[in-house]
Design a protein around this ligand. Structure first.
Ligand SMILES: [Zn+2]
Length: 141
């Protein structure tokens, strides 16, 4: 039995809610943009290949809270789709055509309650250990 907790979604960062992933054999690694001979390419450091089928994926930065604590978390693509009820491609198209509607759609789930499974990862960067929390699974409360 895993430990799901009930949280309220307080805020979603509307400036950074997706990234471009590799897409080779389902690879989810963020690609690096490279420019050579005036051509822009996307390169995957994990696959060590130029990605011709790079694909946007959600990575929501959100603030959540239960009765006692508030926490900043990252919400990966699979879980973000359950919150927003649409794929990231749809939302990006909407941002292109009707940005006001897109912002509303992105902020729609704030103040809603969800049952979530949290996972913590430690990343060491310049000798500073940073804890990063992810939502690994999510159900509507
Ligand atoms: Zn890759």
């Amino acid at each position: 039995m895993s430990n799901y907790i009930t949280i309220t979604l307080l805020n979603i960062d509307t400036d950074s809610f997706y990234y471009l992933s590799c897409g080779i054999n389902g690879c989810k690694k963020k690609v690096v943009q490279t420019t050579k001979d005036n051509a822009t390419n996307y390169y995957c450091e994990k696959c060590q290949k130029i990605c011709l089928q790079s694909k946007p994926r959600y990575l929501l930065k959100a603030d959540i809270a239960d009765e006692t604590n508030q926490l900043s978390v990252l919400i990966p693509d699979e879980q973000a789709k359950k919150i927003l009820n649409c794929p990231v491609e749809y939302l990006l198209t909407l941002f292109g055509n009707k940005p006001d509607e897109a912002y509303s759609k992105l902020l729609e789930p704030t103040q809603m309650k969800f049952n979530v499974l949290l996972n913590m990862k430690s990343n060491k960067f310049n000798n500073i250990v940073k804890k990063q929390y992810f939502i690994n699974d999510l159900k509507k409360s």
